[in-house]
Design a protein. Structure first.
Lengths: 376, 376
């Protein structure tokens, strides 16, 4: 293995960084100008509320609308938040200047202090700083990744792809059983795709299923990229999927448990979430395909009674809710969700091991792919 | 990057596998012989109860004692468990024969079925199969890893070490920002240390702290291996640490939050846990050193009031409990825990960012190492 020498200098400020810095500076200058005119400085921020969220039928993603709210300095109910927004903005500017990133918890500590001559803290706890970060993202139109903030990372990947991350060339066919940890921030200034031989991406919800598939070297036989989100997908995993879909132009198949939670995980990957509607354009992957587990798989693969887990009351009401979502209104989705309710039970992908240890690898997924048996 | 061709044949049965198979076969043969003698077949299993757990002062680990209990087939309260033990044993034999591994959830599905001519299931849910797996481990003296069962994996590693895992040579200096995912099973038939240039191991509890240190390339400057357990250490992380300690003979420094939970994470790494006392000899690393965060760090590093998080009632009673543990009876540990109680607050490692973004990397850890300021 050629251990090429690696540069250890600080990452340079990228073009994207320069753009983000300019946005932060504009925010500050605008406030200063208003003060100089002896007016009340204010921020205009798009409302992050259900009433300002809608499903864009054409783009097939959940989007934030254009309704804004104003945040004024000379307003007792807003002054604190106004001050906090500028503290966070200053923190992000420092991060970009120094070419470093921190977690949103760490940003809370970076900006928390006791105001001089008082016993008042700038932030009491993280539940105060997190929404301010979201305000800033929406307010200056920069994702938190561009503000050099990272969310906890989750997710692993292996397969027929070579990437370059932070200067290291990483061959994802040679990751052993452990896999490469998907970074929190998957933007193109640090992570690039070097060589791809994969023909599709298989993204599984459960780590243990990924482990079985990796051990059976599914990705090698089927020339694919094998990823696990390890539950609900973290931001890094979503952004990586989106970039692979657009830059590598690969189809993506998603394999989740047959339950409302699995449907929800798929749904967030596909069209984004209501809570983070602002980020859909950078996170959602409208092209992802639902490979399973489908409620119809029970009969299709003659699974034994042992796989059944009775639906709980919450499962049933959650499934009913799903049926009403505009992005599931298509007839084939209505049938799928209706079958789940009709079955009266849910199933885990792991349950396919009742057939045999490698049934998932050798029969279930290959058959689904061969038959083009997926929903979209 | 030389993409050496990799063998894709199934992993061969190793010597360790042969030994484990023999143990399973002996278990079965012994039962058959008893039946042939028209006697009541029984298993003798060491008791997994607090009354059979103790701290071995010499080895400095928590151990399971020698008290056993007998499990008989002709005993209405034991017959079901007797049958289940043999089902799991058969499942593990299949796994070893086929050179595959599954999660304990997947093993539940592999062995769950409805008994012919009845409506009774072999297992109702996983809470029935998990203890049987532990029984089998203790009963035939084989860790679940040897039985080809994996726990959910958690933990990431980078640094000055090259490993070979399942035939892939992996240079941990070239893992970008993502890191290598620590496998669930870190035994020497699959994972080997190829070349080591590290002088010590730094193991941090929090993923975000690991991320900061990796971004600052701490492991490069200080020639070390940088690991995160991502909270309480999973079996794979514990076993990897133990093997690095014994095979690479490297000192290990542990950095956890300054709270009772952090102390507990450290304590489990060091001497094992009461629940899994049986596994201490293969998991515990009595040599690990507690680098921090210490309750004395507040004054030592003149941290601001902003880092304080008031101790809850549970924190206080948990700390009192810790003080009473035999492995914390040393005077220096009593002082440490007493100071936590005296402070009346806990602190997170992340809180060091109140000083500056790279304070952890450039000042806190280097000073601690230089001053040999750690507990053991």
């Amino acid at each position: 293995m050629a251990a090429a020498k690696k540069a250890t200098t600080k990452p340079k400020t990228t073009e994207k960084d320069v753009r983000t810095l300019r946005k932060i500076e504009q925010l500050a200058q605008s406030a200063v100008r208003t003060v100089e005119k002896k007016e009340n400085p204010a921020l205009s921020i798009r409302m992050r509320a259900l009433s300002n969220v809608s499903f864009n039928e054409k783009k097939r993603i959940i989007e934030l609308g254009q309704k804004t709210q104003s945040r004024e300095f000379f307003n007792t109910s807003m002054a604190r938040k106004f001050m906090q927004t500028f503290l966070i903005a200053r923190g992000c500017k420092t991060l970009i200047d120094e070419g470093k990133t921190v977690s949103i918890r760490q940003m809370f500590y970076m900006t928390k202090h006791t105001l001089q001559g008082s016993s008042e803290n700038t932030f009491e706890d993280q539940s105060e700083s997190d929404p301010i970060i979201e305000d800033l993202e929406v307010g200056i139109d920069a994702l938190r990744e561009e503000l050099h903030l990272f969310a906890n990372k989750r997710g692993l990947v292996v397969g027929s792809l070579v990437v370059n991350d932070a200067g290291d060339e990483i061959d994802l066919t040679r990751m052993g059983r452990g896999g490469w940890g998907i970074p929190s921030i998957c933007e193109d200034d640090q992570l690039r795709f070097v060589r791809n031989k994969a023909e599709f991406i298989l993204c599984v919800e459960k780590q243990a299923v990924w482990h079985r598939l990796n051990e059976d070297r599914f990705w090698e036989k089927h020339k694919c990229i094998l990823m696990t989100t390890e539950g609900q997908a973290a931001r890094g995993s979503r952004r990586l999927l989106q970039r692979m879909a657009t830059e590598l132009k690969l189809p993506i198949y998603v394999l989740v448990d047959n339950d409302p939670w699995g449907l929800y995980i798929y749904s967030v990957l596909k069209q984004g979430s209501i809570n983070l509607a602002y980020e859909s354009m950078r996170m959602a992957v409208p092209g992802v395909r639902f490979l399973g587990m489908s409620s119809f798989d029970y009969k299709k693969f003659t699974l034994p009674k042992a796989v059944e887990i009775k639906l709980s009351k919450e499962d049933i009401s959650r499934a009913e809710q799903m049926k009403a979502y505009p992005w599931f209104k298509d007839k084939k989705w209505q049938r799928e969700i209706q079958e789940l309710l009709k079955n009266g039970f849910k199933m885990e992908v792991d349950a396919l091991l009742t057939k045999s240890i490698s049934f998932i690898t050798e029969e279930y997924i290959p058959k689904k792919l061969r038959d083009k048996d997926f929903l979209q």
